[in-house]
Design a protein around this ligand. Structure first.
Ligand code: 3H9
Length: 684
């Protein structure tokens, strides 16, 4: 075992310090070191108090997720925690960084907690499809009460030190920047005062008032039903918190462990753990070391103040980066800025932002009708019409004004970035920065690597994503890049199923039940049938509906009719149009149950993902998962299409695709890469 423990004694206070980079995750070596430190301190007759602290960037950030799935080694975390609680000395946790999950649970084993200002703590296990399994569900309610515990643990949010103090999670915030020194003097103070040594597990006053009150939990479930839908971990969390009020601590703890184990063995939790690591992996580019220089981005220019350009601008304004917003006409510019303002006003109304913060963001915008105003910015993002000729014109114009070293980015969704870069004298400075609509909300940023993009330009794009709160996924140039390309095939299959007489409501239900927020047909109505991309002038169900003036939710309904509360019912008119168009095209009705509908809609996405990998457009299958989760809200507890495919079994996916190919043609022809993987018994 490497030596992670430093043991020091300052008069009557022992300091047990653990150092296990990067985040002091509570792996076996760390757990053993804590026990060793506490054993030494307990045996030391001169020691009256023990401070538990960590070196490096954070107090323990949780259990070591990489250990999940292998046989637990003793001492397991609950044993370590029980050991701390059995200490004969006064115990103090000295918190800094992000004490999360098992890390906070470890702190809750101590009598007192002191935190550096700026510390953010929480129980984020829900994000991994888990619950706090080392006493967190039993102890946090004892400190903050049932309603606050329900909110904190089901959201997994991080709580800042000052709020944690108010809630009673910690006992003191230290204003100096030396947490260990502050913890030592706090320890001496407590010893001098002969302070009480009550363990959190013995405090029942905050939970007593909710004992036996199951209606509190039912009301909480009902209020959050939409947000919690599909997340099995949330239900177990609520059950466990209820036990904190209803059962003595030891019994509650035992049940917590059972509920934790049930989740830990679930496919949903494996999927969410996969997403945790995939999200971190996606920002790494194997042939571009992290030491590659990054160009500073202190000012940005955005061309186009439409929906996309405005949404993109908001990301930079939120990060405090000034934006020069360019349009061709004053009217369009004014309109764009008014929409940005309106979006922020919505946040102000909801209490998520102050008026001053809104104004501060708006003042970061420099509106302009002149490209010359882009001369000093570090990055220019083009968000104009999706037409090659226009994009080339824009790029040749910005090439003429941009300073040397300025990064020139296109937000194109489908066009050839290399051709766009060819319109400039500096293709090495050109990349794609592909945002997903609404650009201020969706977390995906596809960074598109052109043939000539310089490593430092790519590296800057990848790092920039984090600054503006997005997850980057690197894509090579190819039609639709990653997310749009793989998700597009679901659209084709939706249209085919409709024409084959499958009820649109059933199609939407299947996708909703899988975990998406909305089915593909309801989505078309929401986006607007008139703005859906069309590949040809052929007569389609949608073109007929649009000709009838049915544009979707915004006008006269689309596939569905909508009442004043936006409740939808399938439109008999739309059904008639579907039958007509199917007849014109000579398409025969087909029968399919829900499982088959799901497979016909989603297996082609897996297949397209295999092609994207085979062509080298995506670097890794987990990047495709992230692209679908962050760009299209693929349910996170399914892990994305490629992880889901692995969990079904690639041989089964392949067999289904072959069957569909026989019945419905080449849209289902399996990718040779998928065939190869199955032959070799491999996974994505
Ligand atoms: C738990 O505690 C269960 C218990 O209730 C019950 C047990 C019985 N394990 O995110 P970053 C790695 S569940 C292993 O880029 P940041 C991460 O993969 C856990 N590894 O940095 C990355 O590795 P690499 C509850 C971990 O500064 C590196 O550390 N806790 C863990 O942006 C840096 O991470 C959580 O869910 C871990 N727990 O953010 C907290 N955490 O460099 C999860 C991180 O090879 N962690 N790594 O790619 C986080 O939220 C963030 O990592 C944190 C730092 C905020 C800590």
């Amino acid at each position: 075992m490497t030596n992670l423990l430093t043991y020091q004694v300052y008069e009557n206070v022992a300091v047990v310090t653990i150092d296990s980079p990067p985040v002091n995750a509570l792996g076996i070596d760390v757990r053993q070191s804590i026990v060793e430190g506490f054993k030494r301190a307990s045996a030391d007759v001169n020691v009256q108090a023990i401070v538990l602290a960590c070196d490096g960037r954070t107090f323990f950030a949780g259990a070591d997720i990489r250990e999940f799935g292998s046989k637990p080694k003793s001492p397991i975390l609950p044993e370590v925690i029980a050991f701390i609680e059995s200490s004969p000395k006064l115990t103090i946790a000295a918190l800094h960084g992000t004490p999360l999950g098992g890390g906070l649970e470890t702190a809750l084993a101590c009598h007192y907690r002191i935190a550096l200002a700026g510390t953010r703590m929480g129980l984020p296990e829900v994000n991994l499809g888990l619950l706090p399994g080392a006493g967190g569900t039993q102890k946090l309610p004892r400190l903050v009460g049932i309603p606050a515990a329900l909110e904190i643990i089901t959201s997994g949010r991080q709580i800042k030190a000052d709020e944690a103090l108010k809630l009673g999670i910690i006992d003191r915030v230290c204003e100096s920047d030396n947490i260990v020194a502050s913890a030592i003097s706090y320890a001496k103070e407590l010893v001098d005062q002969n302070a009480t040594r009550t363990l959190v597990l013995d405090r029942n006053e905050k939970t007593a008032e909710h004992r036996g009150k199951s209606e509190v939990y039912d009301a909480f479930r009902a209020k959050n039903a939409r947000r919690f839908r599909g997340f099995k971990s949330v239900e177990n969390i609520i059950k466990a918190i209820q036990l904190a009020a209803d059962l003595p601590y030891e019994q509650g703890l035992k049940r917590e462990r059972e509920l934790f184990t049930e989740l830990q063995q679930s496919r949903d939790s494996s999927a969410q753990q996969h997403v945790f690591f995939a999200e971190r992996e996606s920002s790494k580019v194997p042939d571009i070391p992290r030491t590659t220089p990054v160009r500073p981005i202190d000012a940005v220019g955005i061309i186009g103040a439409g929906t996309m350009g405005g949404g993109i601008a908001m990301n930079f304004l939120n990060a405090g980066i000034p934006v020069t917003l360019i349009e061709q006409k004053q009217e369009a510019l004014d309109h764009g800025i008014s929409i940005i303002r309106k979006n922020y006003q919505r946040s102000v109304k909801a209490g998520r932002m102050t008026e001053e913060a809104l104004e501060a963001r708006i003042t970061l915008i420099t509106p302009s009708l002149d490209y010359a105003d882009l001369a000093s910015v570090d990055l220019i993002i083009e968000a104009v019409f999706e037409t090659m000729e226009i994009k080339k014109e824009v790029f040749s114009s910005i090439d003429a004004v941009a300073k040397p070293g300025c990064i020139l980015a296109s937000n194109t969704s489908y066009l050839d970035l290399d051709e766009i870069a060819g319109a400039t004298s500096r293709p090495q400075d050109v990349i794609g920065l592909h945002f997903f609509s609404p650009a201020n909300v969706m977390n995906l940023l596809e960074v598109v690597r052109g043939e000539h993009s310089a490593p430092e330009v790519i590296n800057t794009g990848m790092r920039l994503a984090k600054i503006i709160g997005k997850t980057p996924v690197l894509s090579k140039v190819g039609w639709g890049f990653i997310a749009n390309r793989v998700m597009k095939v679901r659209g084709y299959q939706t249209d085919n199923l409709i024409l084959q007489g499958i009820n649109p409501e059933i199609i939407d239900k299947v996708i909703y039940d899988y975990g998406f927020a909305m089915g593909p047909i309801a989505m078309k109505d929401l986006v607007g049938l008139d703005v859906l991309g069309r590949d040809s002038n052929e007569r389609t169900v949608e073109s007929v509906l649009v000709d009838m003036g049915r544009l979707g939710q915004k006008k006269n309904g689309g596939y569905y009719d909508y009442d004043q509360n936006r409740q939808k019912t399938l439109s008999p008119l739309a059904l008639e149009v579907i039958r007509e168009v199917a007849k014109e095209k000579g398409i025969e009705p087909v029968l399919a149950d829900e499982a088959e509908i799901l497979a016909r809609l989603l297996y082609p996405i897996i297949n397209e993902g295999a092609k994207v990998l085979d062509e080298g457009i995506a670097m890794r299958s987990s990047d495709i998962d992230i692209a679908c989760i962050k760009g299209y809200n693929w349910p996170v507890y399914k892990g994305g299409p490629m992880f889901w495919a692995n969990s079904i079994g690639l041989d089964r996916v392949l067999k289904k695709l072959e069957e569909f190919e026989q019945r419905f043609g080449s849209a289902f022809t399996p990718s040779p890469y998928l065939v190869r993987l199955v032959e070799e018994g491999k996974e994505f």
